[in-house]
Design a protein around this ligand. Structure first.
Ligand SMILES: Nc1nc2c(c(=O)[nH]1)N[C@H]1C(S)=C(S)[C@@H](COP(=O)(O)O)O[C@H]1N2
Ligand SMILES: [Mo]
Length: 554
């Protein structure tokens, strides 16, 4: 640090309503508050440089080694269930964006602190920068797909940040106590040197700090874009030729879709299919290097390549996928036509040994799910899926290969970017969410939802069409009923049946709805009886309770 332009300012110089004695000087000279602010800004700029350099380096060393990604991913992995539950409830599928903003705010605060500290004493600020860089480096090294170079982007970023901080603080005067150069001679007055070019210094600092921040942000964006382009599987995905299904899905009946404005599409378009996962960067898995390893309690280990999978005789099935974090009435549920290899066929080749009761599936990014062996060997369409809606899986839905198992929540069955199936026992191994307080098994609970009319809307008096969907995967929906206020349950009309593994639409006409506020409830039946009415939150194994919609009839 070489302060060359520090100049003492009268106390209060920068305050609002300062005495008009020095108005001309206030914009051109440093006072203590603005110097502190500048030091903090130096920290923020250095922080931007750090994450920018880190992202550029990570374009080479891999997305999960990007310091911001690594810290965010580690944070996600350490998230307790109540916090995950709250985040999904509060932000839904925007939870990743919220995390990114939160991370930026925390980083800016810490970087600002590092800058302010470094101005007081360089070593304090430097230690904070090194500690943050070290934390990111350790986070990167502990990612499941970490390579040898994983800590490199954090190290390079921290070094660049230190250099930037040093350079910027050189343009900020040191604090008053430190600003007096230790005078070798007694006759040198302990008065700070005047600025060489008063008026230029603050502007010069602002320019340098803005430039450093902008460079950091641009490097961050460029690094991310370059990394994604370098690793991207989009072109590979576009070139995939899917085989014709050995057993195509039966065409759903023409009336699976209720003819009601505002009803959900029965087949969820992939573009709007809910996405839930712990991956801050979508894993880019090249099918040409993809392998599935099936091992553990088996007589014969099996390894499968992409070409072998495509040639293995794939079948199609309509399956409704649901998330355990879906609150009553929520939209973390979708229905699609999947193409894949029955997991049963693969397990038959491996021959699980007696005592095995679970398959732990693992993905490239460290996620794992515990699926009861039975659900993968009985006659349901548990698939090692390669396609959704007739096209290769979108990258965010697991390209090139994922699991889809009818009747189970996604967290215990639907592993995306899957590369490993370990046949094991529930008492011998735990999956990702089980370790975090969720149930080791997650059969989907029978649920129903009112989509029309929307809650909080006003509908005209008279006959009101009520419609929605209901699901009880692998058991099937047998009946749906609607209740107005405290009235009796009334049977709704079920739309066409797309199979027991899919959701079922329904509609009911509310005759002679009278003006005023009304409550609508819905409940679904499966062959075992009505869904559970007792309200329960999503932790640990899925929400129960009736969906309620309040409307005004006018
Ligand atoms: N690799 C991986 N697979 C995963 C997850 C994950 O976090 N990582 N989340 C699971 C959960 S909780 C759900 S509900 C489904 C969601 O699948 P979708 O995003 O395709 O809708 O994916 C499952 N598969
Ligand atoms: Mo989920």
């Amino acid at each position: 640090m070489g302060p060359e332009d520090d100049e003492p300012s009268p106390p209060g110089d920068a305050r609002e309503g300062a005495a008009p004695a020095a108005p001309a000087a206030s914009g051109t000279r440093w006072d203590e508050p603005s110097a502190t602010l500048a030091a903090a800004a130096s920290g923020v700029a250095a922080g931007a440089v750090t994450v920018g350099v880190g992202a550029v380096a990570a374009a080479v060393t891999g997305a999960s080694s990007d310091p911001l990604v690594a810290v965010g991913a580690a944070f996600v992995d350490l998230t307790p269930p109540w916090l995950k539950d709250w985040a999904v409830a509060a932000f839904g599928t925007a939870d990743k964006a919220v995390l990114a903003v939160g991370q930026a705010v925390v980083l800016a605060l810490l970087a600002g602190l590092a800058g302010a500290l470094a101005r007081r004493r360089w070593s304090w600020g430097a230690v904070l920068v090194v500690a943050l860089g070290g934390l990111a480096g350790v986070a990167a090294m502990t990612r499941p797909d970490a390579g040898l170079l994983a800590p490199l982007p954090s190290v390079l970023g921290a070094l660049a940040g230190l250099l930037a901080l040093r350079a910027l603080l050189g343009r900020v005067p040191p604090p008053p106590s430190a600003s007096a150069p230790a005078p070798p001679a007694a006759d040198v007055p302990a008065v700070p040197r005047p600025a060489a070019r008063p008026g230029a210094s603050r502007r010069g600092f602002l320019l340098a700090a803005s430039l450093a921040t902008a460079l950091g942000v641009v490097a961050l964006a460029a690094g991310r874009v370059a990394g994604a382009a370098g690793r991207g599987v989009q072109a590979v995905r576009d070139a995939v030729r899917l085989p014709a299904p050995a057993r195509p899905a039966a065409a759903p009946p023409a009336d699976v879709q209720v003819d009601v404005d505002g009803a959900e599409p029965w087949a969820t378009p992939p573009a709007t299919f809910y996405r839930i996962d712990t991956a801050l960067v979508v894993p880019q898995v090249d099918p040409s290097t993809w392998r599935l390893r099936l091992h553990g309690l088996v007589e014969q280990e099996v390894e499968l390549t992409w070409d072998e999978l495509l040639g293995a005789g794939l079948v199609e099935a309509w399956v409704t996928l649901a998330c355990v974090s879906n609150p009553v009435g929520g939209d973390l549920v979708g229905n699609q036509r999947w193409l894949g290899l029955p997991v049963r066929d693969l397990l038959a080749r491996a021959r699980p040994t007696a005592g095995a009761d679970m398959v732990l599936s693992r993905s490239v990014d460290g996620f794992s799910a515990s699926t009861p062996l039975e659900a993968l060997t009985d006659d349901r369409d548990a698939l090692l899926a390669v396609a959704m809606d007739g096209a290769p899986l979108p990258p965010e839905h697991g390209f090139p290969v994922r699991l889809v198992v009818p009747g189970l929540y996604g967290y215990v069955s639907a592993t995306k970017w899957v590369t490993e199936l370990e046949v094991t026992r529930f008492d011998a191994a735990e999956a990702y969410w089980t370790r975090r307080g969720w149930s080791e098994r997650g059969p989907v609970k029978t649920q129903s939802r009112i989509d029309v009319p929307r809650g909080g809307t006003t509908v005209p008096a008279g006959d009101v069409v009520v419609a929605g969907t209901a699901w009880a995967q692998h058991r099937g929906i047998t009946q749906v009923q609607v209740r107005v206020d405290d009235g009796p349950w009334r049977d709704a009309d079920l739309a066409g049946d797309g199979g027991v593994d899919t959701w079922r639409q329904w509609r009911w006409t509310w005759r002679g709805a009278s003006a005023g506020s009304h409550r609508l409830h819905v409940r679904a039946w499966d062959p075992q009886g009505p869904q559970t009415g007792a309200p329960q939150g999503v932790v640990p194994d899925g929400a129960t309770g009736y969906h309620r919609v309040d409307v005004t009839v006018a």
